[in-house]
Design a protein around this ligand. Structure first.
Ligand SMILES: C=C(O[C@@H]1C=C(C(=O)O)C=C[C@H]1N)C(=O)O
Length: 281
């Protein structure tokens, strides 16, 4: 498949004439060093995903890619060549276990919020060491309750966009809390997630997870678990968590971590282990 490719000192661009979209060529610039004109630098105008590499393989890539594509469509970011991105992510693997982060910005442009005419997204691919979650997975987490409330914005709910100031402030509260993680609610009082992972809970053998149509990030591990197990999505309150038999948190890097204590109440970690038994995490 023909791919016209030119490389300068800062970025590589791929034209794939055979790959066209309603918007035109799916050109994307793969950039090493961000430029101050980048819209993600200027306005958080973009998306990202954080991928786990295990045994030298990218985990849940199809779910990561699907979320990037659907998020780009939701933000009116120009379509990009998914085959090229997949190839680039594979090329980025440099260890048997690591983190690969893919950040896609709307592109490089001048001042002003308007996205009009910014048709060449920029992609930044970076790697990092995989954090060690083994202690949490063995001993379970102590969960607290965040004072910070997530804003309700249906147009952005579920997207892993680059506006993460809410999570920054939640992490700042977590650092002073004495807990391992904090449950975060939206301004209506609905349970949403924890600072950097999704939340599930069980009652009488059934599992539940907050609906993320108003706030929150629709994590790929959440999606993976929901494809393997029966989990009911709805709006839940603090009382639902207090009355739960078991709670877990999950994200692409930690997989699933059981909760041993929530707001002073002991929770059943064995129920979590039974729930995920046989699921590839
Ligand atoms: C913020 C990133 O990734 C998210 C944050 C965490 C974390 O703070 O522990 C873990 C995984 C992601 N949900 C990132 O920059 O990759």
């Amino acid at each position: 498949m023909l791919a016209l490719h030119f490389q300068t000192h800062r970025f590589q661009a791929y034209f794939r004439p055979e790959f066209s979209t309603p918007f035109g060529l799916a050109l994307m610039l793969y950039v090493q060093t961000p430029d101050t004109t980048d819209r993600s630098f200027q306005y958080g105008d973009g998306l990202f995903t954080t991928i786990k590499v295990k045994d030298g393989k990218v985990m849940l890539w199809n779910l990561h890619l699907q979320r990037l594509v659907s998020g780009a469509k939701a933000l009116l970011i120009h379509a990009f060549d998914t085959d090229e991105l997949t190839h680039r992510v594979q090329q980025a693997i440099s260890a048997s276990e690591q983190v690969i982060k893919v950040l896609i910005s709307r592109g490089q442009a001048g001042r002003g919020y308007s996205p009009q005419g910014i048709d060449v997204p920029c992609c930044y691919i970076s790697t990092a060491t995989l954090p060690d979650y083994s202690l949490w997975q063995q001993q379970g987490l102590r969960l607290g309750i965040a004072d910070f409330k997530l804003a309700q914005q249906p147009a952005l709910a579920g997207l892993k966009h680059n506006n993460r100031l809410e999570q920054v402030l939640i992490k700042a509260e977590l650092a002073q809390s004495g807990f391992d993680e904090l449950v975060v609610f939206d301004q209506s009082g609905a349970v949403i997630e924890v600072s950097a992972a999704n939340l599930m809970f069980s009652k009488n053998g059934q599992w539940f997870t907050p609906k993320l149509d108003q706030a929150g990030i629709n994590g790929v591990m959440r999606q993976h678990l929901m494809s393997q197990r029966q989990v009911t999505e709805a709006r839940y309150s603090l009382a639902d968590l207090q009355q739960a038999d078991a709670l877990l948190i999950c994200n692409a890097l930690m997989g699933v971590v059981p909760v041993t204590e929530f707001a002073g109440q002991t929770k059943d970690m064995e129920l979590v282990r039974q729930f995920v038994c046989g699921v590839e995490l």
